[in-house]
Design a protein around this ligand. Structure first.
Ligand SMILES: [Zn+2]
Length: 169
């Protein structure tokens, strides 16, 4: 089971304006298969995956870089993000009814509280992050240090960068 909260299709994001025409989660087929398998794993444990972002067009990456030119938080469009390759997801856990699960910060909180090596957080938050990370790692995703919600799919960091828009069709 999936929930979508594609923030860049709304004004509820760090740029405070919609960047996508439509709220969609598109991924390379191999990556999509992995998140579907992961969703069954989480469902067995009483959770659903809720996606904040999946494939992201390169032109949107450029807009983000103009606002936050800090490679710790936004990939330089000259290199491209794994999101631009359809091989990264920004995801959290929800209950099966779609209620949020405490992760310590909101999505796109740029700071130490979002770092995965920050253990100065409530027990519940640390436990929830552990469930998310263990499950995603099991399905061949890798974490990054600065964002608890971001996962790259294995061996796809060199896939081609894409700039097709997130069309509404
Ligand atoms: Zn991300």
């Amino acid at each position: 089971m999936f929930y979508l909260d594609i923030r860049y299709a709304t004004a509820n994001n760090f740029l405070k304006e919609p960047l996508y025409d439509c709220a969609k989660c598109l991924l390379l087929p191999e990556v999509a298969e992995a998140v579907i398998n992961a969703s069954y794993y989480f469902c067995d444990r009483g959770y659903a995956l809720k996606f904040f972002d999946c494939y992201r067009p390169l032109s949107v990456q450029k807009q983000m870089w103009e606002k936050v030119p800090n490679p710790i938080y936004v990939a330089d469009p000259a290199v491209g993000s794994v999101h631009n390759r359809g091989a990264a997801v920004d995801v959290t856990l929800a209950t099966l009814e779609g209620e949020p699960v405490a992760m310590g910060t909101d999505y796109d909180f740029f700071g130490k509280a979002a770092h995965i090596d920050n253990f100065n957080l409530p027990e519940e938050v640390l436990a929830n992050r552990k469930v998310l990370q263990e499950g995603m790692l099991y399905f061949s995703f890798a974490t990054i240090q600065s964002e608890w919600w971001h996962f790259n799919y294995k061996n796809k960091s060199g896939a081609p960068v894409m700039d097709a828009p997130l069309s509404c069709k």
